[in-house]
Design a protein around this ligand. Structure first.
Ligand SMILES: Cc1cc2nc3c(=O)[nH]c(=O)nc-3n(C[C@H](O)[C@H](O)[C@H](O)COP(=O)(O)OP(=O)(O)OC[C@H]3O[C@@H](n4cnc5c(N)ncnc54)[C@H](O)[C@@H]3O)c2cc1C
Length: 364
Protein backbone atom coordinates (compact mmCIF):
# COMPACT_ATOMS: atom_id res chain seq x y z
CA UNK A 1 0.00 0.00 0.00
CA UNK A 2 1.46 3.43 -0.89
CA UNK A 3 1.89 5.77 2.08
CA UNK A 4 -0.74 8.54 1.84
CA UNK A 5 -0.10 11.68 3.87
CA UNK A 6 -2.75 12.49 6.46
CA UNK A 7 -5.29 15.19 5.66
CA UNK A 8 -4.86 18.73 6.97
CA UNK A 9 -8.48 19.04 8.01
CA UNK A 10 -7.98 21.92 10.45
CA UNK A 11 -5.38 24.72 10.65
CA UNK A 12 -4.05 23.39 13.97
CA UNK A 13 -3.11 20.10 12.29
CA UNK A 14 0.59 19.29 12.84
CA UNK A 15 0.69 18.12 9.22
CA UNK A 16 0.41 21.69 8.00
CA UNK A 17 3.98 22.31 9.19
CA UNK A 18 5.06 19.01 7.58
CA UNK A 19 3.58 20.04 4.21
CA UNK A 20 5.08 23.55 4.48
CA UNK A 21 8.52 22.06 5.09
CA UNK A 22 8.17 20.08 1.84
CA UNK A 23 6.95 23.16 -0.06
CA UNK A 24 9.75 25.39 1.26
CA UNK A 25 12.38 22.77 0.36
CA UNK A 26 11.17 22.75 -3.27
CA UNK A 27 10.28 26.44 -3.64
CA UNK A 28 13.61 27.51 -5.19
CA UNK A 29 13.00 25.13 -8.11
CA UNK A 30 9.84 26.94 -9.21
CA UNK A 31 11.39 29.99 -10.84
CA UNK A 32 10.96 29.50 -14.58
CA UNK A 33 8.21 28.79 -17.10
CA UNK A 34 9.85 25.37 -17.63
CA UNK A 35 9.21 24.32 -14.05
CA UNK A 36 5.49 24.01 -13.36
CA UNK A 37 5.24 23.22 -9.59
CA UNK A 38 3.55 19.87 -10.20
CA UNK A 39 5.06 18.05 -7.21
CA UNK A 40 4.18 20.85 -4.78
CA UNK A 41 0.61 21.05 -6.06
CA UNK A 42 0.32 17.26 -5.84
CA UNK A 43 1.57 17.38 -2.26
CA UNK A 44 -1.07 20.03 -1.47
CA UNK A 45 -3.75 17.85 -3.06
CA UNK A 46 -2.62 14.77 -1.14
CA UNK A 47 -2.68 16.64 2.18
CA UNK A 48 -6.22 17.84 1.37
CA UNK A 49 -5.46 21.54 0.84
CA UNK A 50 -8.00 21.85 -2.00
CA UNK A 51 -10.71 20.59 0.38
CA UNK A 52 -10.21 23.61 2.68
CA UNK A 53 -12.20 25.75 0.28
CA UNK A 54 -15.22 23.51 -0.33
CA UNK A 55 -18.22 23.02 1.97
CA UNK A 56 -18.71 19.64 3.68
CA UNK A 57 -21.60 18.69 1.40
CA UNK A 58 -19.29 19.04 -1.62
CA UNK A 59 -16.59 16.84 -0.10
CA UNK A 60 -14.61 19.69 1.49
CA UNK A 61 -13.61 20.55 5.05
CA UNK A 62 -15.68 23.75 5.01
CA UNK A 63 -12.99 25.97 6.49
CA UNK A 64 -14.06 29.40 7.71
CA UNK A 65 -12.45 32.53 6.17
CA UNK A 66 -10.26 32.83 9.31
CA UNK A 67 -9.07 29.24 8.94
CA UNK A 68 -8.38 29.78 5.24
CA UNK A 69 -6.38 32.95 6.00
CA UNK A 70 -4.38 30.95 8.58
CA UNK A 71 -3.70 28.26 5.99
CA UNK A 72 -2.66 30.80 3.34
CA UNK A 73 -0.26 32.50 5.78
CA UNK A 74 1.51 29.18 6.31
CA UNK A 75 1.54 28.01 2.68
CA UNK A 76 2.48 31.41 1.21
CA UNK A 77 5.49 31.75 3.51
CA UNK A 78 6.67 28.30 2.37
CA UNK A 79 6.14 28.67 -1.40
CA UNK A 80 4.47 31.71 -2.92
CA UNK A 81 4.29 30.27 -6.44
CA UNK A 82 2.40 27.14 -5.43
CA UNK A 83 0.10 29.12 -3.14
CA UNK A 84 -0.61 31.68 -5.85
CA UNK A 85 -1.61 28.95 -8.32
CA UNK A 86 -3.98 27.62 -5.64
CA UNK A 87 -5.57 31.08 -5.19
CA UNK A 88 -6.43 31.18 -8.91
CA UNK A 89 -8.03 27.73 -8.59
CA UNK A 90 -9.95 29.01 -5.58
CA UNK A 91 -11.05 32.16 -7.45
CA UNK A 92 -12.64 29.94 -10.09
CA UNK A 93 -14.12 27.38 -7.69
CA UNK A 94 -15.72 30.02 -5.43
CA UNK A 95 -17.64 31.35 -8.40
CA UNK A 96 -18.63 27.89 -9.58
CA UNK A 97 -20.05 27.25 -6.10
CA UNK A 98 -21.91 30.56 -6.06
CA UNK A 99 -23.61 29.95 -9.40
CA UNK A 100 -27.39 29.83 -9.39
CA UNK A 101 -27.65 28.76 -13.05
CA UNK A 102 -29.46 25.42 -12.77
CA UNK A 103 -28.40 24.24 -16.23
CA UNK A 104 -24.81 24.51 -15.03
CA UNK A 105 -25.21 22.29 -11.91
CA UNK A 106 -24.44 18.90 -13.57
CA UNK A 107 -21.20 20.23 -15.12
CA UNK A 108 -20.24 21.92 -11.84
CA UNK A 109 -20.62 18.65 -9.92
CA UNK A 110 -18.51 16.82 -12.50
CA UNK A 111 -15.74 19.45 -12.53
CA UNK A 112 -15.55 19.79 -8.73
CA UNK A 113 -15.36 16.03 -8.22
CA UNK A 114 -12.60 15.71 -10.83
CA UNK A 115 -10.71 18.61 -9.20
CA UNK A 116 -10.85 16.98 -5.77
CA UNK A 117 -9.62 13.67 -7.20
CA UNK A 118 -6.67 15.64 -8.62
CA UNK A 119 -7.69 14.65 -12.17
CA UNK A 120 -8.58 18.13 -13.34
CA UNK A 121 -7.42 21.71 -12.85
CA UNK A 122 -9.45 24.87 -13.18
CA UNK A 123 -8.25 28.48 -13.36
CA UNK A 124 -9.55 31.97 -13.94
CA UNK A 125 -9.34 34.75 -16.54
CA UNK A 126 -11.39 37.67 -15.23
CA UNK A 127 -9.01 40.54 -14.51
CA UNK A 128 -10.00 42.30 -17.76
CA UNK A 129 -13.32 42.94 -15.97
CA UNK A 130 -11.56 44.72 -13.07
CA UNK A 131 -7.91 45.72 -13.36
CA UNK A 132 -6.53 44.88 -16.80
CA UNK A 133 -7.04 46.71 -20.13
CA UNK A 134 -9.72 48.89 -18.55
CA UNK A 135 -8.46 52.03 -20.32
CA UNK A 136 -9.14 50.63 -23.80
CA UNK A 137 -12.18 51.81 -25.77
CA UNK A 138 -13.56 48.32 -26.32
CA UNK A 139 -13.57 45.25 -24.05
CA UNK A 140 -10.71 42.88 -24.90
CA UNK A 141 -12.97 39.84 -24.70
CA UNK A 142 -16.43 40.09 -26.21
CA UNK A 143 -19.30 37.64 -26.09
CA UNK A 144 -22.40 37.28 -28.24
CA UNK A 145 -25.38 35.30 -27.01
CA UNK A 146 -27.14 33.21 -29.64
CA UNK A 147 -29.85 30.58 -29.38
CA UNK A 148 -27.48 27.62 -28.88
CA UNK A 149 -25.08 29.36 -26.52
CA UNK A 150 -22.30 31.96 -26.45
CA UNK A 151 -19.55 32.95 -28.88
CA UNK A 152 -16.30 34.41 -27.56
CA UNK A 153 -13.97 36.66 -29.49
CA UNK A 154 -10.83 38.38 -28.21
CA UNK A 155 -8.26 37.93 -25.48
CA UNK A 156 -8.05 37.07 -21.80
CA UNK A 157 -4.71 38.80 -21.09
CA UNK A 158 -3.76 36.95 -17.90
CA UNK A 159 -4.55 33.34 -17.15
CA UNK A 160 -2.39 31.52 -14.64
CA UNK A 161 -1.79 27.83 -15.33
CA UNK A 162 -3.78 27.95 -18.57
CA UNK A 163 -1.40 25.41 -20.17
CA UNK A 164 -2.24 22.91 -17.42
CA UNK A 165 -5.91 23.72 -16.87
CA UNK A 166 -8.78 21.62 -18.20
CA UNK A 167 -11.29 24.44 -17.68
CA UNK A 168 -11.03 28.22 -17.39
CA UNK A 169 -13.58 30.47 -15.73
CA UNK A 170 -13.70 33.34 -18.20
CA UNK A 171 -15.32 36.77 -17.94
CA UNK A 172 -16.56 38.46 -21.12
CA UNK A 173 -18.59 41.52 -22.09
CA UNK A 174 -21.61 41.79 -24.39
CA UNK A 175 -22.10 44.69 -26.79
CA UNK A 176 -24.71 46.14 -24.39
CA UNK A 177 -22.04 46.29 -21.64
CA UNK A 178 -23.41 43.37 -19.61
CA UNK A 179 -20.94 40.71 -18.52
CA UNK A 180 -21.04 36.92 -18.22
CA UNK A 181 -18.89 34.28 -16.56
CA UNK A 182 -18.45 31.07 -18.57
CA UNK A 183 -16.68 27.83 -17.71
CA UNK A 184 -14.77 27.12 -20.89
CA UNK A 185 -13.00 23.82 -21.64
CA UNK A 186 -9.41 24.72 -22.57
CA UNK A 187 -9.57 22.26 -25.49
CA UNK A 188 -12.50 24.13 -27.14
CA UNK A 189 -12.10 24.78 -30.83
CA UNK A 190 -10.75 28.28 -31.53
CA UNK A 191 -8.78 28.66 -28.27
CA UNK A 192 -5.07 29.45 -28.39
CA UNK A 193 -3.21 29.30 -25.10
CA UNK A 194 -0.19 31.54 -25.60
CA UNK A 195 3.12 30.25 -24.19
CA UNK A 196 3.60 31.30 -20.54
CA UNK A 197 5.45 34.60 -20.07
CA UNK A 198 8.82 34.83 -18.37
CA UNK A 199 8.10 37.12 -15.40
CA UNK A 200 10.09 39.10 -12.83
CA UNK A 201 8.96 36.42 -10.35
CA UNK A 202 6.47 33.54 -10.17
CA UNK A 203 7.30 32.46 -13.73
CA UNK A 204 6.53 28.86 -12.81
CA UNK A 205 2.88 29.83 -12.33
CA UNK A 206 2.85 29.55 -16.14
CA UNK A 207 0.79 32.68 -16.65
CA UNK A 208 -0.02 33.95 -20.11
CA UNK A 209 -2.71 35.18 -22.45
CA UNK A 210 -5.46 33.06 -23.94
CA UNK A 211 -6.96 33.97 -27.33
CA UNK A 212 -10.52 33.22 -28.37
CA UNK A 213 -11.24 33.06 -32.07
CA UNK A 214 -14.98 32.56 -32.44
CA UNK A 215 -15.17 30.04 -29.60
CA UNK A 216 -18.55 28.40 -28.97
CA UNK A 217 -19.63 27.78 -25.37
CA UNK A 218 -22.98 26.01 -24.73
CA UNK A 219 -25.64 27.44 -22.38
CA UNK A 220 -24.91 24.72 -19.83
CA UNK A 221 -21.50 26.41 -19.22
CA UNK A 222 -22.96 29.77 -18.14
CA UNK A 223 -21.87 30.33 -14.52
CA UNK A 224 -23.24 33.86 -13.96
CA UNK A 225 -24.81 36.82 -15.74
CA UNK A 226 -25.53 38.56 -17.94
CA UNK A 227 -25.15 41.42 -15.46
CA UNK A 228 -23.64 44.94 -15.59
CA UNK A 229 -21.10 43.90 -12.91
CA UNK A 230 -21.07 40.14 -12.90
CA UNK A 231 -18.26 39.73 -10.36
CA UNK A 232 -20.32 41.49 -7.68
CA UNK A 233 -23.05 38.87 -8.05
CA UNK A 234 -20.82 35.82 -8.29
CA UNK A 235 -19.72 34.92 -4.78
CA UNK A 236 -16.71 37.14 -4.48
CA UNK A 237 -16.23 40.79 -5.42
CA UNK A 238 -13.54 41.99 -7.79
CA UNK A 239 -9.86 42.64 -7.17
CA UNK A 240 -7.95 43.01 -3.92
CA UNK A 241 -9.85 40.56 -1.69
CA UNK A 242 -8.41 39.53 1.67
CA UNK A 243 -6.74 36.41 0.26
CA UNK A 244 -4.41 38.68 -1.73
CA UNK A 245 -3.40 40.37 1.55
CA UNK A 246 -2.93 36.94 3.18
CA UNK A 247 -0.35 36.06 0.53
CA UNK A 248 1.47 39.39 0.89
CA UNK A 249 1.61 38.93 4.67
CA UNK A 250 2.75 35.33 4.24
CA UNK A 251 5.75 36.43 2.20
CA UNK A 252 6.46 39.24 4.67
CA UNK A 253 6.51 36.61 7.42
CA UNK A 254 9.17 34.58 5.61
CA UNK A 255 11.33 37.72 5.32
CA UNK A 256 10.79 38.78 8.94
CA UNK A 257 11.61 35.29 10.20
CA UNK A 258 14.88 35.46 8.25
CA UNK A 259 15.62 38.85 9.82
CA UNK A 260 14.90 37.48 13.29
CA UNK A 261 17.23 34.53 12.71
CA UNK A 262 20.01 36.89 11.62
CA UNK A 263 19.31 39.14 14.62
CA UNK A 264 20.07 36.24 17.00
CA UNK A 265 23.78 36.71 16.16
CA UNK A 266 23.72 40.41 15.23
CA UNK A 267 22.58 42.85 17.94
CA UNK A 268 22.30 45.75 15.47
CA UNK A 269 19.39 43.95 13.76
CA UNK A 270 17.45 43.09 16.90
CA UNK A 271 15.36 46.22 17.32
CA UNK A 272 14.46 46.37 13.62
CA UNK A 273 13.47 42.72 13.55
CA UNK A 274 11.32 43.23 16.64
CA UNK A 275 9.59 46.25 15.09
CA UNK A 276 8.86 44.37 11.90
CA UNK A 277 7.49 41.49 13.93
CA UNK A 278 5.22 43.84 15.84
CA UNK A 279 3.93 45.43 12.62
CA UNK A 280 3.31 41.96 11.21
CA UNK A 281 1.37 40.87 14.30
CA UNK A 282 -0.86 43.97 14.03
CA UNK A 283 -1.49 43.32 10.32
CA UNK A 284 -2.20 39.63 11.01
CA UNK A 285 -4.71 40.53 13.71
CA UNK A 286 -6.42 42.92 11.31
CA UNK A 287 -6.54 40.23 8.60
CA UNK A 288 -8.10 37.73 11.01
CA UNK A 289 -10.74 40.18 12.21
CA UNK A 290 -11.59 41.06 8.60
CA UNK A 291 -11.86 37.33 7.87
CA UNK A 292 -14.33 37.09 10.78
CA UNK A 293 -16.41 39.78 9.07
CA UNK A 294 -15.49 42.63 11.43
CA UNK A 295 -15.27 45.84 9.38
CA UNK A 296 -12.01 46.99 11.01
CA UNK A 297 -10.91 48.59 7.74
CA UNK A 298 -11.58 48.23 4.02
CA UNK A 299 -10.09 45.39 1.95
CA UNK A 300 -8.11 48.07 0.10
CA UNK A 301 -6.61 49.51 3.31
CA UNK A 302 -5.64 46.04 4.46
CA UNK A 303 -4.01 45.31 1.11
CA UNK A 304 -2.19 48.68 1.11
CA UNK A 305 -0.67 47.92 4.53
CA UNK A 306 0.20 44.37 3.47
CA UNK A 307 1.89 45.65 0.30
CA UNK A 308 3.91 48.15 2.27
CA UNK A 309 5.01 45.53 4.80
CA UNK A 310 5.97 42.90 2.22
CA UNK A 311 8.05 45.37 0.20
CA UNK A 312 9.82 46.85 3.22
CA UNK A 313 10.43 43.56 5.02
CA UNK A 314 11.80 41.68 2.00
CA UNK A 315 14.19 44.55 1.27
CA UNK A 316 15.19 44.71 4.94
CA UNK A 317 15.96 40.99 4.72
CA UNK A 318 18.16 41.76 1.71
CA UNK A 319 19.99 44.45 3.67
CA UNK A 320 20.64 41.84 6.35
CA UNK A 321 21.62 39.16 3.82
CA UNK A 322 23.97 41.67 2.11
CA UNK A 323 25.73 40.69 -1.12
CA UNK A 324 25.15 37.00 -0.40
CA UNK A 325 21.42 37.66 -0.65
CA UNK A 326 21.90 39.27 -4.06
CA UNK A 327 23.46 36.12 -5.52
CA UNK A 328 21.06 34.11 -7.69
CA UNK A 329 19.59 31.21 -5.75
CA UNK A 330 19.50 32.93 -2.33
CA UNK A 331 15.88 32.92 -1.10
CA UNK A 332 16.00 36.56 0.02
CA UNK A 333 16.69 37.81 -3.51
CA UNK A 334 13.75 35.76 -4.79
CA UNK A 335 11.49 37.10 -2.02
CA UNK A 336 12.38 40.68 -3.05
CA UNK A 337 11.31 39.90 -6.62
CA UNK A 338 8.19 38.11 -5.42
CA UNK A 339 7.23 41.12 -3.28
CA UNK A 340 7.07 43.26 -6.45
CA UNK A 341 4.26 41.01 -7.65
CA UNK A 342 1.94 42.58 -5.07
CA UNK A 343 2.34 45.96 -6.78
CA UNK A 344 0.62 44.58 -9.88
CA UNK A 345 -1.52 41.58 -8.92
CA UNK A 346 -5.21 42.14 -8.34
CA UNK A 347 -4.57 45.72 -7.28
CA UNK A 348 -7.60 48.06 -7.37
CA UNK A 349 -7.00 51.72 -8.28
CA UNK A 350 -7.13 52.93 -4.66
CA UNK A 351 -4.37 50.47 -3.69
CA UNK A 352 -2.27 51.55 -6.68
CA UNK A 353 -2.72 55.19 -5.62
CA UNK A 354 -1.74 54.43 -2.02
CA UNK A 355 1.32 52.45 -3.21
CA UNK A 356 2.39 55.39 -5.36
CA UNK A 357 1.90 57.87 -2.49
CA UNK A 358 4.12 55.74 -0.27
CA UNK A 359 6.80 55.57 -2.98
CA UNK A 360 6.63 59.35 -3.51
CA UNK A 361 6.74 59.86 0.25
CA UNK A 362 3.31 61.46 0.57
CA UNK A 363 1.58 60.43 3.81
CA UNK A 364 -2.20 60.62 4.27
C1 LIG B 1 1.88 36.88 -12.54
C2 LIG B 1 0.49 37.34 -12.78
C3 LIG B 1 -0.53 36.39 -12.76
C4 LIG B 1 -1.85 36.79 -12.99
N1 LIG B 1 -2.81 35.83 -13.01
C5 LIG B 1 -4.07 36.18 -13.31
C6 LIG B 1 -5.06 35.16 -13.44
O1 LIG B 1 -4.83 33.96 -13.29
N2 LIG B 1 -6.32 35.54 -13.75
C7 LIG B 1 -6.65 36.85 -13.93
O2 LIG B 1 -7.83 37.12 -14.19
N3 LIG B 1 -5.72 37.82 -13.83
C8 LIG B 1 -4.44 37.53 -13.51
N4 LIG B 1 -3.48 38.53 -13.42
C9 LIG B 1 -3.85 39.94 -13.75
C10 LIG B 1 -3.69 40.94 -12.60
O3 LIG B 1 -4.57 40.65 -11.56
C11 LIG B 1 -3.88 42.38 -13.10
O4 LIG B 1 -5.08 42.51 -13.76
C12 LIG B 1 -2.78 42.79 -14.05
O5 LIG B 1 -1.53 42.63 -13.41
C13 LIG B 1 -2.97 44.25 -14.49
O6 LIG B 1 -1.90 44.60 -15.35
P1 LIG B 1 -2.11 44.99 -16.91
O7 LIG B 1 -0.75 45.18 -17.49
O8 LIG B 1 -2.99 44.02 -17.55
O9 LIG B 1 -2.85 46.40 -16.74
P2 LIG B 1 -3.31 47.44 -17.86
O10 LIG B 1 -4.14 48.45 -17.15
O11 LIG B 1 -3.90 46.76 -19.02
O12 LIG B 1 -1.94 48.14 -18.28
C14 LIG B 1 -1.17 47.71 -19.41
C15 LIG B 1 -0.45 48.92 -20.01
O13 LIG B 1 -1.44 49.82 -20.49
C16 LIG B 1 -1.04 51.18 -20.25
N5 LIG B 1 -2.11 51.85 -19.46
C17 LIG B 1 -2.65 51.44 -18.31
N6 LIG B 1 -3.60 52.31 -17.89
C18 LIG B 1 -3.67 53.28 -18.81
C19 LIG B 1 -4.47 54.45 -18.95
N7 LIG B 1 -5.39 54.78 -18.04
N8 LIG B 1 -4.28 55.21 -20.05
C20 LIG B 1 -3.37 54.88 -20.98
N9 LIG B 1 -2.56 53.79 -20.91
C21 LIG B 1 -2.72 53.00 -19.84
C22 LIG B 1 0.28 51.12 -19.50
O14 LIG B 1 1.31 51.38 -20.41
C23 LIG B 1 0.38 49.69 -19.00
O15 LIG B 1 1.69 49.18 -18.98
C24 LIG B 1 -2.16 38.17 -13.21
C25 LIG B 1 -1.11 39.10 -13.20
C26 LIG B 1 0.19 38.71 -13.02
C27 LIG B 1 1.28 39.74 -13.05
Amino acid sequence: MPHLPPQIDQPASPYLAELCEQLAAQSAAWDSTQNWPRESLQACAQYGVFRWFLPNEKGGFGWTPREIATGYLALGAACLTTTFVITQWVAAVKRLLASDCEDFFPLRQQVLEACLRGESHVTVGISHLTTSRRHLKHPVLRVRAKEQGYWLEGLSPWVTAATFADHMLIGATQDNGEQVLLLVPTCSSGITVEPPQALVALSASCTGAVRFDNVFVPHSHLVAGPHPNVLKTSGSPGAGGIQTSSLALALAHAAITFLQQQAEQRPELQEKAAQFDQQWQVAREQLMRMADGEPVCSNEDLRTDANSLVLRSTQAALVAAKGAGFVEGHPVGRWCREALFFLVWSCPQSVQDANLCELVGISD
